[in-house]
Design a protein around this ligand. Structure first.
Ligand SMILES: [Fe+2]
Ligand SMILES: [Fe+2]
Length: 405
């Protein structure tokens, strides 16, 4: 396996890191790329405005998670766990021991690469890993890096190479920190992976102060995405898109549909303990079936956060609360969120096209079909059907009968 090692303070990790990681992985044909946040970088002193090490690790992991294919890039917290100063030679030797027989490449931006020979014990690094320097701006010349690669090969016997990255994003962490501290959130968000931006807002890092209740749509999106794995984001985006379309078609409040969709799965990745903690804190009651099913729990806890953290109105909370099961006598918004989640553009299962067509011609029939499909699926898997799903179906069927009388 060919493994890349990319260290930095990642304070915070930004789109420049993300673009470099994506391209260097492709250029070197890496099977895996490890991003390693430094605890006490020997080259730069962390200033007062830096984020705690644990937060830098979480943000780096989020950015790594956002680089496809899944799990090809990961954050590694070993330098943060080590006592004292962290030296790259220690890290690279530890990785060589951890991945015996694999080919290691230490990758770095040009500033680091050009001073590599002045680092502490560079020969120890070169003994176990190749060294690769990359350009950090579109205007940067490759020639000095190539010369440095030759010098490192001659003086240290290094496997060294220089690469130009065609699509570098010219941004620095200090620039991002300054924007955040100055409250220029819109500008900062353009330089950050959405989940990292959401995490900064949620944790109030780098001097950011926002009230999580009543965030504007773009910040609400980022915060919600920061609570989930990157691979779920397209589903949530699809649900938002579908909910807005359905709201326009059926004359529901578009903003409520949008914001309920953005938040509907925000606790999807909570552990059972986290779900129970939210339920205890906000007095959410659970029935026996909900206690046993994480799939059902996230709807309840998502609604609780929509209320108590994000300050969303009651109609949105209820739509989130019932988005998985449905319920008897659903409101227009509840039907829309239930269906949008069910049939958003990324969903693919037998019958989804029928559901999609029906949703824009006969909303109640579409919700009823969704409930029937859910019931059939649960019965097939030998699982208990939630009474709310049967109640939803019943009330829709009775509603129809009543209309025909
Ligand atoms: Fe859900
Ligand atoms: Fe969902």
């Amino acid at each position: 396996m060919k493994i890349g090692v990319y260290g930095g303070t990642f304070d915070p990790p930004h789109l420049g890191h993300m673009a470099a990681a994506t391209q260097i992985k492709a250029r070197l044909g890496l099977d895996k790329l490890l991003l390693i946040p430094a605890k006490q970088p020997p080259h730069k002193a962390l200033d007062d405005a830096s984020a705690p090490a644990e937060d830098r690790l979480v943000m780096t992991a989020m950015m790594a998670d956002g680089i496809p294919p899944a799990d090809s890039v990961a954050a590694d917290g070993q330098e943060l766990q080590r006592e004292g100063a962290s030296y790259t030679a220690d890290t690279v030797e530890a990785l060589a021991a951890q991945y015996p027989g694999d080919e290691l490449w230490l990758v770095m931006g040009s500033d680091m690469f050009l001073s590599f020979h002045t680092w502490r014990t560079p020969e120890r690094i070169c003994a176990v890993a190749g060294i690769c320097g990359f350009t950090r701006s579109p205007r940067e010349e490759l020639v000095p890096l190539e010369e440095q690669a030759r010098r490192l090969s001659q003086s240290l016997g290094a496997r060294a190479m220089a690469v130009a990255l065609p699509e570098v994003v010219d941004v620095s962490s200090s620039q991002v920190r300054q924007l955040l501290a100055a409250g220029e959130l819109q500008a900062a968000s353009g330089l950050l992976w959405s989940q990292v931006f959401g995490y900064i807002l949620r944790k109030g890092l780098y001097g950011v102060k926002v009230d999580l209740a009543h965030l504007p749509d773009d910040q609400l999106r980022a915060v919600s995405y920061s609570m989930m794995r990157a691979k779920r984001i397209p589903h949530v985006q699809g649900t938002e898109e579908e909910a807005v379309k359905l709201a326009r078609r059926w004359g529901a409040d578009v903003d409520h549909a949008r914001r309920a969709a953005i938040l509907h799965d925000c606790t999807k990745y909570y552990t059972v303990e986290e779900h129970f903690a939210v339920c205890r804190r906000y007095g959410v009651e659970l029935d026996e079936l909900e206690r046993q099913s994480e799939k059902l729990l996230h709807a309840k806890t998502g609604a609780a956060l929509a209320c108590h953290v994000f300050g969303e109105p009651l109609e949105e909370q209820v739509a989130i609360y019932y988005h998985t099961t449905g319920k008897g006598d659903m409101t227009l918004l509840e039907k829309i969120i239930y269906l949008a989640d069910y049939m958003e553009p990324h969903r693919d299962f037998p019958g989804v096209e029928r559901l999609r067509a029906l949703a824009y011609t006969d909303l109640d029939a579409a919700v009823a079909l969704g409930c029937e499909m859910s019931i059939a699926e649960m019965e097939e898997k030998g699982r208990e059907v939630h009474p709310n799903t049967r109640a939803a179906l019943n009330s829709l069927q009775h509603g129809k009968e009543w209309e025909h009388e």
